[in-house]
Design a protein around this ligand. Sequence first.
Ligand code: SAH
Ligand code: SF4
Ligand code: F3S
Length: 470
Amino acid sequence: MNEVVFNRYPKEQNEYSALVKEINKQKFKTEPLAMVVTYGCQQNVSDSERIKGMLLQMGFDFTEDAEAADLIIFNTCAVREHAEDRVFGNVGALKHYKRRNPNKIIGICGCMAQQEIVKERIRKSYPYVDLLFGTHVQYRLPEFLYRLYTGNERIFETSMEQSVVVEDVPIKRDGTFKGWLPIMYGCNNFCTYCIVPYVRGRERSRDYTEILKEARQMVKDGFKDITLLGQNVNSYRSPVLSDSGEEIDFPRLLRMINDIPGDFRIRFMTSHPKDCSEQLLLAMRDCEKVAKHLHLPFQCGSTRVLEKMNRRYTREGYLKLIKTAKELMPNLSITSDIIVGFPGETYEDFLQTLSLVKEVKFSALFTFIFSSRPGTPAAQMEDPISREEKGKWFRELLKVQEDISKENETKLVGKTFRLLCDDYGRKEGYMAGHTDTNICLEFEGDSSLLGTFVVVETEYVDNCLTAKLI
Ligand code: SAH
Ligand code: SF4
Ligand code: F3S
């Protein structure tokens, strides 16, 4: 692993923050309004919470109305072309707002912004975008806003601080009982289709004492569901040893968080099969607070394609892992990600994906058609299968999973579950909640239950799985 440099939140950023707050007071009669729009994965959602934390410190309030907003920030995702197209479309639509209110500040950050080609396109074709900053320098937002307020230059800042972790960035969490806790940043795996290592930089783990401190605070603040985040949590390794000189890897970290007193759940994502050890499965089994849910993307059922994807496991290796996991935790819920139509994938390869899906019977799948990402090795590979053909395969896969999901559902009838009530139901007078295995159930109840654990029994009503409080 690279030598990682740990910084506290820099003093000068706090000073910029105070200056921006002062200017805001002079410029606006009431608090200026910021709108932060988040695309992409939980890592981005978590980053946006820190962006909002910094904005709050600078005296901003928040809105979801683009017209009313004094500052709009798009936190973007680059994982598939479709995600990028949506952002370009939505940024395009901001032009009219800027024409009506030239003082409105428009900013773009996140994974798309980290790419040179996007940076240049925004610079040239979107002159009303005032600010663009990459994933590595997010914590410098106060400085960027100060420079915008006091100068008349657009700001484009995408330098990569590959081995820096900045702690104590102010945070404003979106939820009050479900929250994200990043344990590491970046990725070293370079799966050949994936843009993430290029836009997020090298893998770097946080000091375990910082993670424990944050987890304890979240529990104290009433969080009941904490998801540990990283592109490959299985390769977590604290840069700091324990007091007794032990290495803290991911299974050890899970056990330490599990030891924090309180009634809460621990989740984590994402696990990479190549690093998913028996130690991790044992820790999951032993820790009563760790949800019995494993998100373990396999991407493709053909070893030949897995090799071209640089995934570094085989179909057989994956299936063996699943077998061990199910033996250790019979009620384990397993979900996965799949890419259909990787360059050079044949229908025979795809059939191996289908057979793996039928064999494992996943609780849920996140399925994607391959999207070519400029700069990745897969973008250079021959890709003879048409989009239409890939679409057909994709629909075939969805159909297979639909049948499995129905079959899974029938197994849930007449059982008792502990749910974290986390939303309103679709019908008046109903609430919704998730089991630790991530099954969503609706039951009759009121909003006073939000954020609490409830126990329900399941039944079939009008052909639909429902639950009632017991
Ligand atoms: N680090 C995680 C997930 C990263 S991105 C992991 O390794 O599992 C989330 C999912 O997006 C991936 O699992 C993959 O299925 C999908 N994905 C990534 N790049 C893609 C691409 N170029 N085209 C289509 N899907 C892609
Ligand atoms: Fe992308 Fe692979 Fe890293 Fe996941 S492990 S972020 S798919 S390169
Ligand atoms: Fe997208 Fe960046 Fe996450 S590319 S999937 S937001 S790490």
